[in-house]
Write a protein that binds this ligand. Sequence first.
Ligand code: DAH
Length: 335
Amino acid sequence: MNELEEVARQFEADLLEFGAARAEELRIKYLSKKGIISKLIEKIPTLPPDQRRDFGKRLNELKSRIEASIKQLAEAQSDRVSFEVKLLDNDLTLEGKRPPVGNKHVLFKARDELFEIFKHMGFSFFDGPELETDFYNFEALNFPPYHPARDMQDTLMVGDMVLRTHSSAMQVRALQALGVPLKAILPGRVYRREEVSARKYPVFYQFDALVVGEGIGVGHLKWTLETFLSAFFKKKVEVRFRPSYFPFVEPGNEVDVRCVFCGGKGCNVCGGTGWLEILGAGLVHPKVLEYGGVDPKRFSGFAFGVGVDRMTMLKYGINDIRLLYEGDVRFLSSL
Ligand code: DAH
């Protein structure tokens, strides 16, 4: 009996030592005609008759176990060989397939172009919260409570806070935080209760430019506008002011640029007028300066508010604002 156990132990050790690469040698050692198992079978008739049956049974079990192990080993070996052959069939020097690579969203491409221009013009950047108090979004900008001018912007409320309706909400925050002289861009996402259409979306991007110091006037405003618009559209841009009303500037203006597509002759982008309406601007209202802790007798300033979406659409010839927000890769990867 001990002899069979000894063979079993020996086989386990050989299995490890020989490994898959030498499965055939292992088979010969144990299972061939002159192998260890055959020798043991030949021994059966020499045993005392009462032991033969039991010995034979155990020997058979051992043989089956050894056969199964060697079969497994041989299979592992042939898998390995065919894997190696497959590798040789393939040309490993060929380039792999590249996964598609994303690109910067056109809205942020245009925004970054705009910010780069203002950086070169010496502006700093100031950030504020999207969930705003009524004070900064309206009251400090000279929209008194219940004033009808609040209806110019359909507001989304969250409790008694507002989702800021314009980046102008950061004007008084910037004055309070940075003081004067001030020359800053106030960028961010803004929200309005708006039906989605080709021209309107309930969330969009704006920035305000705010410049306050001694002796700042309309001349500085006009020069700044012409300079940044010409840099952005990469051509000399002509602007015109039309008087308009915004509570936080006095005087307030709508600013138009000579159509960058037709040069003023009239086309379908400018609706035949030769001018594109692009932003609101004006001289900062004394009340706003006061709320910002700035003496309006000594300091003055200008502000303007730009729709980043509008600028993106004009520069890249996009006629539907929804394309900027709906993540259609066919559109996004074409720009
Ligand atoms: N905040 C205004 C709006 O979203 C735009 C605007 C107008 C901003 C005049 C200004 C400004 O800074 O001076 O409709």
